[in-house]
Design a protein around this ligand. Sequence first.
Ligand code: SF4
Length: 366
Amino acid sequence: MACSCHGKAQITRKVRVGRFFIGGDSPVSVQSMCNTDTRDVKATVDQIRRLEDAGCEIIRVAVPDMQAAEALGRIRSAISIPLVADIHFDWRLAVEAVRQGVDKVRINPGNIGDKDKVREVVKACKASGVPIRIGVNAGSLKALKDDPKPRWKPYDWARQMVKEALEEVRALERLDFRDIVVSLKADDIERTLMANTLFSSKSDVPLHLGVTEAGSFLAGTVKSSLGIGLLLSQGIGDTVRVSLTEDPVMQVRAAYEILKALGLRRYGPDLISCPTCGRCQVDVGGVIHRLEDRIYSDRVLLKKSEGMKIAVMGCIVNGPGEARSADFGVAGGKGRGVWMENGKQIKVVKEREWVNEIVRKIRASR
Ligand code: SF4
């Protein structure tokens, strides 16, 4: 991507993935990965459709065997976002995935085997215009085969990750293949930052960002926000995937919140709610959760609410003041609340109707 905050341009090459582009002047895209069994086409398609509704732009599925590879065509034809096949060890799975019509292949050439096998994968991808992501993870570096527990400092890890990634990039480029994306992931922020910063100073290949195995929802979101956010704030990174031990829909939402906080993408409304205190006599948390569930699972609501400021406040002490600064909102009383629009009190709405009323208001907007 181009770095706007530091004024220096770091333009990466542009790579097409289905109907999206990664790199160059393209917006930073949001990816996720299914946690269903890819051989179960129905479960996988159902999950991808939920992810599409939440705004996921590129979806990856694991391809552990030939049965999974052969299911890819049926999955691809039932969804509308680009499909990425995640492949390890067996080059034949990558070739079959391309034959099935996937939009991108993620491999680690280091574990695909000898040059002839990598050449076969490249040949298939080139013939179909399918890009390849080279995924380098700190825990599976080639150098670890000789020394599984090296006494490296974080920068040594980062240097080794970049060295191996560049070797793979050059190997593909020697085969006249340039539609490449690279990821350099570690399970800590320090190595992730160092590796991606170093790589971006040496190559124009676009970067897929992520902190691998980031953890539970809270810990993983904090870790990913820092790791991904710090890189993006320096203009480094072209597509993101937040790894969480969670429903992949939450990964998509977390990714967008990072991009939204950095001003790189718009995504749904700006929901303002109070933390509640002893004065509160309505269930603000319940209302916000139900509201988020409605908005973030509905493409139309997501789009229409983009940039809207909506307030849900617990009481009339600070409530009307905050609700007044929003486009619209509600400030609670006992089982009901004052509905405000552009600073004016409009009506009183029963608490159980707040979510429906807000959704109606979003739907009615242009
Ligand atoms: S808006 Fe009211 S209920 Fe909410 S934190 Fe402030 S004083 Fe407490």
